[in-house]
Design a protein around this ligand. Structure first.
Ligand code: ADP
Ligand code: NI
Length: 217
């Protein structure tokens, strides 16, 4: 099968699977990551077939939805790509991306090794900051019935994935636990540049939120 056809079929497969998801993992998240990964990938001169497949499949089975089993994602993606007769070598590269893409805590080091994976990871992380990132946190928090903000509960900077998985008390705390760290975790120069601007936007938003909270603005 032609590479373009594999991408097209994978896009349709993922879109169908993710339609109607409302915790921030909907098809449109995948779509944005895919677009951003293409943009970064072109600048960084990566293997675009791997970048595109990695981006489209990166969230195929998230640990949050399979009661913590993070081996499901790579397995599902491999089965899918095998059914399209993609080479084993390429399947391995895509699996590596899915395996390592996820944010697991501000001080938990990522094991992503390939350029293509670093690009997908940057694109995914960029979707967690900026205006869209902010929207996603509140969508996620709402789905877990979490308060917007709980001034008496301090944020935790997680050092292990186990701690991080248990999650934060309020959505604003998640800004301190994840969003504000994202810019320092970027892999590529292109990603860093885009993250800078989105970071400033999040900082401004947070400042304003806290001022309004106290009736200062
Ligand atoms: P991704 O798919 O980008 O790797 P995650 O799976 O970590 O991101 O989370 C999906 C979205 O939900 C992200 O925008 C993330 O910031 C947000 N999110 C994750 N955990 C929380 C939380 N405890 N409170 C609020 N938002 C969260
Ligand atoms: Ni994602």
């Amino acid at each position: 099968m032609k590479q373009g056809d594999v991408i097209e079929k994978t896009k349709n497969y993922v879109r169908k699977k993710f339609s109607g998801e409302s915790t921030g993992h909907d098809w449109w998240h995948i779509y944005r990551v895919w677009k951003m990964a293409r943009k970064i990938g072109k600048k960084e001169k990566a293997d675009m077939f791997i970048v595109e497949l990695g981006a489209l499949l990166h969230d195929i089975a998230d640990f949050k939805f399979y009661s913590g089993d993070d081996t499901v994602g790579p397995r599902k993606a491999s089965e899918w790509l095998r059914s399209l007769e993609v080479d084993d070598e390429e399947i391995k590269k895509v699996s590596h991306i899915i395996d390592n893409v996820s944010f697991k805590g501000a001080k938990v080091k990522s094991k992503m090794e390939s350029l293509e994976g670093k690009i997908v990871q940057d694109a995914d992380r960029l979707d967690a900051i900026g205006a869209i990132g902010i929207s996603r946190t509140f969508a996620f928090g709402g789905s877990k019935h979490r308060p917007l903000y709980e001034p008496n509960v301090k944020p935790i900077i997680h050092k292990t994935f186990e701690e991080y998985k248990k999650g934060s008390a309020s959505t604003i705390n998640h800004f301190y636990e994840k969003l504000l760290h994202v810019k320092d975790l970027m892999n590529t120069d292109t990603g860093k540049e885009i993250a800078q601007e989105r970071h400033r936007f999040v900082e401004g938003y947070l400042k304003r939120f806290l001022e309004e909270w106290e009736g200062k603005k």
